[in-house]
Design a protein around this ligand. Structure first.
Ligand SMILES: Cc1cc2nc3c(=O)[nH]c(=O)nc-3n(C[C@H](O)[C@H](O)[C@H](O)COP(=O)(O)O)c2cc1C
Length: 349
Protein backbone atom coordinates (compact mmCIF):
# COMPACT_ATOMS: atom_id res chain seq x y z
CA UNK A 1 0.00 0.00 0.00
CA UNK A 2 1.43 3.38 -1.05
CA UNK A 3 1.23 6.24 1.42
CA UNK A 4 -1.17 9.04 0.51
CA UNK A 5 0.77 11.55 -1.61
CA UNK A 6 3.70 9.11 -1.93
CA UNK A 7 3.98 9.23 -5.71
CA UNK A 8 3.99 12.99 -5.79
CA UNK A 9 6.51 13.17 -2.89
CA UNK A 10 8.81 10.75 -4.70
CA UNK A 11 8.75 12.89 -7.83
CA UNK A 12 9.44 16.07 -5.87
CA UNK A 13 12.27 14.65 -3.74
CA UNK A 14 14.13 12.46 -6.23
CA UNK A 15 16.88 10.03 -5.27
CA UNK A 16 18.66 9.92 -2.78
CA UNK A 17 16.24 11.88 -0.57
CA UNK A 18 13.52 9.32 -1.27
CA UNK A 19 15.87 6.65 0.04
CA UNK A 20 16.57 8.73 3.14
CA UNK A 21 12.87 9.28 3.83
CA UNK A 22 11.47 5.91 2.83
CA UNK A 23 14.52 3.62 2.64
CA UNK A 24 15.59 1.01 5.12
CA UNK A 25 18.68 -1.01 5.89
CA UNK A 26 18.99 -4.06 3.65
CA UNK A 27 15.65 -3.49 1.97
CA UNK A 28 14.27 -1.57 -0.95
CA UNK A 29 12.34 1.60 -0.18
CA UNK A 30 9.07 0.24 -1.53
CA UNK A 31 6.42 -1.85 0.18
CA UNK A 32 5.53 -2.20 3.84
CA UNK A 33 8.35 -2.25 6.39
CA UNK A 34 8.64 -4.77 9.22
CA UNK A 35 6.61 -2.64 11.62
CA UNK A 36 3.78 -2.28 9.11
CA UNK A 37 3.81 -6.01 8.37
CA UNK A 38 3.59 -6.81 12.10
CA UNK A 39 0.61 -4.48 12.54
CA UNK A 40 -1.06 -5.96 9.46
CA UNK A 41 -1.13 -9.34 11.23
CA UNK A 42 -3.69 -8.05 13.69
CA UNK A 43 -7.41 -8.04 13.00
CA UNK A 44 -10.09 -6.19 14.93
CA UNK A 45 -12.77 -8.06 16.86
CA UNK A 46 -15.84 -5.79 17.15
CA UNK A 47 -18.57 -5.93 19.79
CA UNK A 48 -22.17 -5.33 18.74
CA UNK A 49 -25.35 -4.22 20.51
CA UNK A 50 -23.38 -2.48 23.27
CA UNK A 51 -25.78 0.44 23.65
CA UNK A 52 -22.91 2.95 23.21
CA UNK A 53 -24.29 6.49 23.24
CA UNK A 54 -21.58 8.29 21.25
CA UNK A 55 -17.92 8.34 20.35
CA UNK A 56 -15.28 10.69 21.79
CA UNK A 57 -11.61 10.56 20.85
CA UNK A 58 -10.58 13.35 23.22
CA UNK A 59 -7.26 12.31 24.77
CA UNK A 60 -5.45 13.67 27.81
CA UNK A 61 -1.76 12.87 28.01
CA UNK A 62 0.94 14.39 30.24
CA UNK A 63 -1.34 17.23 31.24
CA UNK A 64 -2.32 18.21 27.71
CA UNK A 65 -5.58 17.67 25.84
CA UNK A 66 -5.68 16.44 22.28
CA UNK A 67 -8.40 15.66 19.76
CA UNK A 68 -7.32 12.04 19.37
CA UNK A 69 -4.70 9.51 20.53
CA UNK A 70 -2.41 10.29 17.57
CA UNK A 71 0.89 12.22 17.39
CA UNK A 72 3.17 13.28 14.55
CA UNK A 73 6.67 12.02 15.37
CA UNK A 74 10.18 13.43 15.04
CA UNK A 75 12.12 13.79 11.80
CA UNK A 76 15.42 15.55 11.14
CA UNK A 77 16.17 18.19 8.53
CA UNK A 78 12.70 19.67 8.07
CA UNK A 79 13.79 22.39 5.63
CA UNK A 80 15.19 19.78 3.26
CA UNK A 81 11.65 18.51 2.84
CA UNK A 82 9.76 21.81 2.60
CA UNK A 83 10.89 25.41 2.09
CA UNK A 84 8.90 26.44 5.18
CA UNK A 85 10.34 23.53 7.13
CA UNK A 86 8.13 21.97 9.77
CA UNK A 87 5.84 25.01 10.11
CA UNK A 88 3.10 23.77 7.74
CA UNK A 89 3.00 20.54 9.73
CA UNK A 90 2.83 22.49 13.01
CA UNK A 91 -0.08 24.41 11.54
CA UNK A 92 -1.84 21.20 10.53
CA UNK A 93 -1.27 19.74 14.03
CA UNK A 94 -2.57 22.94 15.65
CA UNK A 95 -5.74 22.81 13.54
CA UNK A 96 -6.25 19.09 14.21
CA UNK A 97 -5.16 19.46 17.88
CA UNK A 98 -2.59 16.68 17.73
CA UNK A 99 0.89 16.67 19.35
CA UNK A 100 3.88 17.38 17.13
CA UNK A 101 7.27 15.99 18.15
CA UNK A 102 10.08 18.25 16.97
CA UNK A 103 13.55 16.73 16.41
CA UNK A 104 16.56 18.58 17.83
CA UNK A 105 17.86 18.21 14.24
CA UNK A 106 15.13 20.59 13.02
CA UNK A 107 16.30 23.70 11.15
CA UNK A 108 13.29 25.86 12.06
CA UNK A 109 13.88 27.55 15.44
CA UNK A 110 11.84 26.03 18.27
CA UNK A 111 10.18 29.30 19.26
CA UNK A 112 8.82 29.77 15.71
CA UNK A 113 7.28 26.32 15.95
CA UNK A 114 5.72 26.75 19.39
CA UNK A 115 4.25 30.08 18.28
CA UNK A 116 2.34 28.16 15.62
CA UNK A 117 1.47 25.20 17.87
CA UNK A 118 1.96 25.47 21.61
CA UNK A 119 1.52 21.73 22.24
CA UNK A 120 4.69 20.81 20.37
CA UNK A 121 7.16 18.49 22.11
CA UNK A 122 10.97 18.54 21.71
CA UNK A 123 12.94 15.35 20.92
CA UNK A 124 16.55 15.10 22.14
CA UNK A 125 19.28 12.47 21.69
CA UNK A 126 20.55 10.63 24.78
CA UNK A 127 24.22 11.18 23.99
CA UNK A 128 27.04 13.58 24.78
CA UNK A 129 27.41 15.70 27.91
CA UNK A 130 24.22 15.77 30.01
CA UNK A 131 24.92 19.49 30.56
CA UNK A 132 24.14 20.03 26.86
CA UNK A 133 20.82 18.23 27.31
CA UNK A 134 20.07 20.40 30.38
CA UNK A 135 20.63 23.49 28.20
CA UNK A 136 18.25 22.20 25.53
CA UNK A 137 15.63 21.42 28.18
CA UNK A 138 16.02 25.01 29.42
CA UNK A 139 15.47 26.19 25.85
CA UNK A 140 12.34 24.02 25.65
CA UNK A 141 11.06 25.56 28.90
CA UNK A 142 11.64 29.09 27.57
CA UNK A 143 9.64 28.19 24.45
CA UNK A 144 6.74 26.87 26.54
CA UNK A 145 7.34 23.20 25.79
CA UNK A 146 6.15 20.89 28.57
CA UNK A 147 7.07 17.49 27.12
CA UNK A 148 10.53 16.36 26.00
CA UNK A 149 11.12 13.06 24.21
CA UNK A 150 14.56 11.56 24.82
CA UNK A 151 15.64 9.05 22.19
CA UNK A 152 17.61 6.43 24.12
CA UNK A 153 17.91 3.81 21.35
CA UNK A 154 20.62 4.38 18.72
CA UNK A 155 21.02 8.11 19.42
CA UNK A 156 24.31 8.22 17.45
CA UNK A 157 26.08 6.28 14.71
CA UNK A 158 29.12 4.46 16.20
CA UNK A 159 30.16 3.46 12.64
CA UNK A 160 29.29 5.37 9.48
CA UNK A 161 27.20 3.94 6.68
CA UNK A 162 24.01 2.85 8.36
CA UNK A 163 21.96 5.89 7.41
CA UNK A 164 19.00 4.91 5.24
CA UNK A 165 19.95 5.32 1.60
CA UNK A 166 23.51 6.21 2.66
CA UNK A 167 22.33 9.82 2.97
CA UNK A 168 23.76 11.97 5.75
CA UNK A 169 21.20 14.57 6.73
CA UNK A 170 23.83 16.17 8.99
CA UNK A 171 26.23 16.69 6.08
CA UNK A 172 23.43 18.08 3.91
CA UNK A 173 22.31 20.57 6.56
CA UNK A 174 25.90 21.69 7.09
CA UNK A 175 26.50 22.06 3.35
CA UNK A 176 23.51 24.40 3.15
CA UNK A 177 24.86 26.46 6.07
CA UNK A 178 21.80 25.84 8.25
CA UNK A 179 21.88 25.49 12.02
CA UNK A 180 19.56 23.20 13.95
CA UNK A 181 17.82 23.48 17.31
CA UNK A 182 20.49 21.35 18.99
CA UNK A 183 23.51 23.13 17.51
CA UNK A 184 24.99 26.64 17.56
CA UNK A 185 27.04 26.01 14.44
CA UNK A 186 25.84 25.03 10.97
CA UNK A 187 24.78 21.39 10.84
CA UNK A 188 23.78 18.90 13.49
CA UNK A 189 25.73 18.72 16.77
CA UNK A 190 28.16 15.80 16.44
CA UNK A 191 27.79 13.73 19.62
CA UNK A 192 30.18 11.03 20.80
CA UNK A 193 28.93 7.44 20.76
CA UNK A 194 30.93 6.54 23.88
CA UNK A 195 30.67 6.54 26.77
CA UNK A 196 26.98 5.76 26.31
CA UNK A 197 24.66 7.34 28.83
CA UNK A 198 23.97 5.34 31.95
CA UNK A 199 20.56 5.13 33.57
CA UNK A 200 21.88 7.63 36.17
CA UNK A 201 22.63 10.12 33.37
CA UNK A 202 19.09 9.66 32.11
CA UNK A 203 17.70 10.09 35.63
CA UNK A 204 19.61 13.36 36.05
CA UNK A 205 18.09 14.66 32.81
CA UNK A 206 14.61 13.65 33.98
CA UNK A 207 15.20 15.40 37.31
CA UNK A 208 16.42 18.56 35.54
CA UNK A 209 13.33 18.54 33.29
CA UNK A 210 11.01 18.06 36.26
CA UNK A 211 12.46 21.15 37.94
CA UNK A 212 11.08 23.12 34.95
CA UNK A 213 7.77 21.26 35.03
CA UNK A 214 8.69 19.24 31.93
CA UNK A 215 7.71 15.60 31.49
CA UNK A 216 10.16 13.22 29.81
CA UNK A 217 9.13 10.46 27.42
CA UNK A 218 11.76 7.75 26.85
CA UNK A 219 11.79 6.84 23.14
CA UNK A 220 13.23 3.54 21.91
CA UNK A 221 12.18 1.12 24.65
CA UNK A 222 11.65 -2.43 23.38
CA UNK A 223 11.91 -4.64 26.46
CA UNK A 224 10.05 -4.91 29.73
CA UNK A 225 13.26 -4.62 31.74
CA UNK A 226 14.28 -1.35 30.04
CA UNK A 227 10.73 -0.04 30.54
CA UNK A 228 11.12 -0.78 34.22
CA UNK A 229 14.54 0.96 34.39
CA UNK A 230 13.44 4.21 32.71
CA UNK A 231 10.33 4.34 34.87
CA UNK A 232 12.50 3.91 37.94
CA UNK A 233 14.60 6.80 36.60
CA UNK A 234 11.47 8.93 36.75
CA UNK A 235 10.30 9.33 33.15
CA UNK A 236 6.61 10.05 32.69
CA UNK A 237 5.86 7.92 29.62
CA UNK A 238 7.45 5.36 27.33
CA UNK A 239 7.56 5.39 23.55
CA UNK A 240 7.85 1.82 22.31
CA UNK A 241 9.91 2.36 19.17
CA UNK A 242 12.61 0.77 17.00
CA UNK A 243 13.14 4.14 15.24
CA UNK A 244 11.33 2.81 12.18
CA UNK A 245 13.90 0.03 11.63
CA UNK A 246 15.99 2.66 9.88
CA UNK A 247 19.32 1.60 11.40
CA UNK A 248 18.79 -2.15 11.33
CA UNK A 249 15.89 -4.29 10.19
CA UNK A 250 16.62 -6.87 12.88
CA UNK A 251 15.07 -5.16 15.85
CA UNK A 252 11.86 -6.52 17.30
CA UNK A 253 8.80 -4.95 15.70
CA UNK A 254 7.32 -2.12 17.77
CA UNK A 255 3.86 -3.69 18.04
CA UNK A 256 5.38 -7.03 19.14
CA UNK A 257 7.38 -5.23 21.84
CA UNK A 258 4.24 -3.39 22.95
CA UNK A 259 2.33 -6.68 23.02
CA UNK A 260 5.00 -8.10 25.34
CA UNK A 261 4.92 -5.05 27.59
CA UNK A 262 1.20 -4.85 28.20
CA UNK A 263 0.05 -1.73 29.97
CA UNK A 264 3.31 -1.71 31.99
CA UNK A 265 1.26 -2.47 35.07
CA UNK A 266 -0.63 0.79 34.55
CA UNK A 267 2.37 2.74 35.83
CA UNK A 268 2.89 5.09 32.89
CA UNK A 269 1.38 5.76 29.50
CA UNK A 270 2.83 3.86 26.55
CA UNK A 271 3.09 5.30 23.04
CA UNK A 272 3.54 3.13 19.94
CA UNK A 273 5.87 4.45 17.20
CA UNK A 274 6.63 2.70 13.92
CA UNK A 275 4.52 1.40 11.05
CA UNK A 276 1.34 3.32 11.89
CA UNK A 277 -0.17 4.02 8.49
CA UNK A 278 -3.90 4.57 8.98
CA UNK A 279 -6.58 5.11 11.57
CA UNK A 280 -7.10 1.39 12.18
CA UNK A 281 -3.40 1.08 13.11
CA UNK A 282 -4.03 3.66 15.84
CA UNK A 283 -6.92 1.51 17.04
CA UNK A 284 -4.69 -1.59 17.05
CA UNK A 285 -2.08 0.30 19.10
CA UNK A 286 -4.70 1.17 21.70
CA UNK A 287 -5.95 -2.44 21.78
CA UNK A 288 -2.35 -3.46 22.54
CA UNK A 289 -2.16 -1.10 25.51
CA UNK A 290 -0.88 2.17 24.04
CA UNK A 291 -2.35 5.51 25.09
CA UNK A 292 -1.29 7.12 21.82
CA UNK A 293 0.13 6.12 18.42
CA UNK A 294 2.87 8.08 16.66
CA UNK A 295 3.39 8.30 12.89
CA UNK A 296 6.11 10.03 10.88
CA UNK A 297 6.56 9.02 7.24
CA UNK A 298 2.91 9.39 6.20
CA UNK A 299 2.92 12.99 7.40
CA UNK A 300 6.35 13.94 6.04
CA UNK A 301 5.28 12.52 2.68
CA UNK A 302 2.11 14.61 2.76
CA UNK A 303 4.13 17.68 3.82
CA UNK A 304 6.50 17.27 0.89
CA UNK A 305 3.73 16.76 -1.64
CA UNK A 306 1.08 19.20 -0.47
CA UNK A 307 2.22 21.17 2.59
CA UNK A 308 -0.22 22.02 5.36
CA UNK A 309 -3.35 21.09 3.41
CA UNK A 310 -1.92 17.69 2.47
CA UNK A 311 -0.91 16.88 6.04
CA UNK A 312 -4.27 18.15 7.30
CA UNK A 313 -6.10 15.98 4.76
CA UNK A 314 -4.29 12.84 5.92
CA UNK A 315 -4.93 13.69 9.58
CA UNK A 316 -8.63 14.20 8.96
CA UNK A 317 -8.95 10.93 7.04
CA UNK A 318 -7.27 9.05 9.92
CA UNK A 319 -9.40 10.76 12.57
CA UNK A 320 -12.55 9.89 10.65
CA UNK A 321 -11.46 6.28 10.41
CA UNK A 322 -10.59 6.07 14.12
CA UNK A 323 -13.99 7.52 15.06
CA UNK A 324 -16.06 5.37 12.72
CA UNK A 325 -14.26 2.09 13.36
CA UNK A 326 -14.16 2.65 17.15
CA UNK A 327 -17.91 3.22 17.09
CA UNK A 328 -18.38 0.01 15.10
CA UNK A 329 -16.17 -1.76 17.64
CA UNK A 330 -18.89 -0.92 20.18
CA UNK A 331 -16.93 1.45 22.45
CA UNK A 332 -17.58 5.09 23.34
CA UNK A 333 -13.87 5.95 23.50
CA UNK A 334 -10.96 4.30 21.65
CA UNK A 335 -9.27 4.20 25.09
CA UNK A 336 -11.83 1.57 26.14
CA UNK A 337 -10.40 -0.91 23.63
CA UNK A 338 -8.26 -3.77 24.92
CA UNK A 339 -6.65 -6.98 23.74
CA UNK A 340 -9.95 -8.80 23.64
CA UNK A 341 -10.73 -6.57 20.63
CA UNK A 342 -7.73 -7.95 18.74
CA UNK A 343 -7.00 -11.19 16.93
CA UNK A 344 -3.49 -11.98 15.75
CA UNK A 345 -3.11 -14.14 12.65
CA UNK A 346 0.11 -15.54 14.12
CA UNK A 347 -1.60 -16.78 17.30
CA UNK A 348 -2.53 -20.46 17.47
CA UNK A 349 -6.27 -20.90 17.05
C1 LIG B 1 13.37 11.33 7.57
C2 LIG B 1 13.34 10.85 8.98
C3 LIG B 1 14.09 11.48 9.95
C4 LIG B 1 14.04 11.03 11.27
N1 LIG B 1 14.72 11.73 12.23
C5 LIG B 1 14.56 11.38 13.54
C6 LIG B 1 15.13 12.17 14.57
O1 LIG B 1 15.76 13.20 14.32
N2 LIG B 1 14.96 11.77 15.86
C7 LIG B 1 14.25 10.64 16.19
O2 LIG B 1 14.08 10.32 17.38
N3 LIG B 1 13.67 9.88 15.22
C8 LIG B 1 13.82 10.24 13.92
N4 LIG B 1 13.22 9.48 12.95
C9 LIG B 1 12.46 8.27 13.34
C10 LIG B 1 10.99 8.59 13.48
O3 LIG B 1 10.75 9.52 14.52
C11 LIG B 1 10.16 7.33 13.76
O4 LIG B 1 10.64 6.76 14.96
C12 LIG B 1 10.23 6.29 12.63
O5 LIG B 1 10.22 6.92 11.38
C13 LIG B 1 9.08 5.31 12.73
O6 LIG B 1 7.85 5.91 12.43
P1 LIG B 1 7.11 5.72 11.00
O7 LIG B 1 7.12 4.25 10.69
O8 LIG B 1 5.74 6.26 11.23
O9 LIG B 1 7.89 6.52 10.02
C14 LIG B 1 13.26 9.90 11.62
C15 LIG B 1 12.51 9.27 10.63
C16 LIG B 1 12.53 9.74 9.32
C17 LIG B 1 11.68 9.03 8.31
Amino acid sequence: MMLPFEQSAREKLGDPLVKYLLGRQGEQDAGPDGNQKALEQYRLVPRVLTGATGISMETTLLGQSFAAPLAVGAFAGDRIFHTDGILPLADACAKARLPLIVSEETVTPLLEITKVWSQSWLQLRAAGPVRRTFDLIDLAARCGVTVVVVTVLAPTHPRPGLQPGGYSVAAEIKARGWTTIGSDEPGVMALPSFPQWSCEDFASVVAHAKRSGIDVVAKGILSKSDAHRVLEAGCSAIMVSNIGLRQTDEWIRSSDALHGMGRQAGRAPLLLDGGVRRGTDVIKALCLGASMAVAVRPFVTALVAAGQSGAGEVMQAWLDEIAAVSAWMGVERPQDLDRSHLYCERDPR
